[in-house]
Design a protein around this ligand. Structure first.
Ligand code: PLP
Ligand code: 3DJ
Length: 420
């Protein structure tokens, strides 16, 4: 790298168009590099939540219709706001449930062995995806060991594109993969995978938890069948914030696996009929009453991203930050390896810095004001979330990491200290 100095980092910040957006967040004293697990609170998100609390106080039950905006269609309205971030039509997205519940309902709805009995997944997925898919298979009387086709990793970090494509054949009825691997940060080629799935007569679904808000998507154009994600990472909507889902319009009208009255057509919902009349759009995949308090902060959080210029601008800054981080690791930390692909088109928003003592190193960093997380067996995950992270912050993180390693400060810690 040309200039690994703090002065250079500050010059980069001075030229950064997003530096004012950062001021809208409540920034902890620590250097916060965990925005891919839980994003920070902004004043906008807090105000959106406060507003709903006020409406609850003032309107009580009338809030469903008289709040501004009304609570009744909260999930659909927020879905329309999130749709451009994933490249979908407004009615193809709804904000509802949790990511895990959305996997249950979408895999449960779209798994159809007559298309092909196998579901393609990969060996490095976030565990909840496998738990939900396995449960859905069991509930259909299918042995997950028979139905799951798990694409293995050759290096323990990434999954080779050709291995994914080779796994998709006529026995496959569904491909369900992440957009970005939670540990290494590898970004998958959604377009190529969707095309291969469709060529084999299968459906393609994705878990966008680690890309929504930081990597632009074109779900409708590519023809992805369904997708799920959460809003508490790069979208900063709060711990346990309501999740999101997308269903391509060609599937509108199916009866969701997890049917519930909040997915009923709004026109007939209060007829209270005993048979379910699914909404003619992705809103059908809501289950119970929209938890308005868990949804409201997203409204404010989306204002911040809009004002920043949208997800394309966030992606540009994110790539500049992760490039910078990787260059600093190469220049200053010879004992660490980068487990994240270096090509932009294969990288999400975080970087896996590998070290044999990653667990204890993460703990030592936390004690020195750097919030990262540890993912077994050897990854310190570092996430410079683009809306509130400066180049100077990245520089300081690497500087402290160098001290922890050079002075072997991690030796003061025991293995197994961190849980999140
Ligand atoms: C890829 C992925 N899917 C799902 C989840 C979690 O889902 P839920 O919000 O339902 O806990 C996470 C992380 O928490 C994740 O990284
Ligand atoms: N969702 C989380 C939670 O509720 C508590 C602690 C961490 C998380 C996470 O987001 C983990 C995260 N999905 C990961 O990539 O490891």
């Amino acid at each position: 790298m040309d200039d690994p100095s703090l002065a250079d980092a500050r010059e980069r910040d001075a030229a950064d168009p997003l530096s004012e957006v950062r001021d809208r967040f409540f920034l902890p004293d620590d250097l916060y590099m965990d925005g891919n697990s839980l994003g920070l609170l902004s004043a906008d998100a807090e105000a959106a939540l406060d507003r709903v609390v006020e409406e609850w106080r003032a309107l009580a039950i009338r809030g469903w219709t008289d709040a501004d905006p009304e609570w009744f269609s909260y999930g659909e309205r927020l879905g329309a706001r999130v749709a451009p971030l994933v490249g979908a039509r407004e009615e193809e997205v709804v904000v509802a449930n949790s990511t895990t519940v959305n996997i249950h309902t979408l895999v449960g709805t779209f798994y159809d062995p007559s298309r092909g009995s196998k579901i393609v997944v990969d060996a490095l997925d976030f565990p909840t995806d496998h738990y939900a898919i396995r449960a859905q298979l069991r509930s259909r009387g299918v042995d997950p060991e028979d139905a799951l086709r798990v694409v293995e990793s050759r290096d323990g970090r990434t999954v080779a594109r050709e291995d994914v494509l080779d796994a998709i054949d006529d026995d496959v009825g569904m491909v369900f993969l992440p957009s970005v691997l939670y540990r290494s940060g590898q970004l998958f080629d959604i377009e190529a995978i969707t095309e291969a799935a469709h060529d084999a007569g299968a459906l393609a679904g994705f878990d966008l938890a680690h890309s929504v808000g930081v990597v632009p998507h074109s779900l409708s154009e590519v023809g992805v069948d369904f997708a799920v994600w959460c809003h508490y990472k790069y979208l900063n909507a709060g711990p346990g914030a309501l999740a999101g889902l997308y269903v391509n319009e060609r599937h509108f009208g199916v009866t969701p696996h997890l049917a519930g009255w909040w997915g009923n057509d709004k026109e007939t919902q209060f007829d209270m009929a005993m048979t379910y009349d699914p909404a003619p759009h992705a809103g059908a995949f809501q289950v119970g009453t929209v938890p308005v308090l868990a949804a409201a902060p997203l409204d404010g959080a989306l204002d911040v991203l809009d004002d920043a210029g949208g997800v394309e601008v966030a992606r540009e800054k994110s790539l500049a930050l992760t490039d910078y981080l990787v260059d600093l690791v190469d220049a200053r930390l010879p004992e660490c390896e980068i487990g994240t692909p270096r090509a932009h088109e294969e990288r999400g928003g975080h970087v896996a810095v590998e070290h044999p003592e990653a667990d204890r190193v993460s703990e030592a960093l936390r004690d020195r004001g750097v919030v990262v997380d540890y993912r077994p067996p050897n990854v310190v995950r570092v996430c410079p979330a683009p809306l509130y992270t400066r180049f100077e912050d990245v520089w300081r993180v690497i500087d402290r990491l160098e001290t922890v390693l050079d002075e072997r400060l991690y030796e003061d810690y025991s293995v197994g200290g961190g849980v999140t």
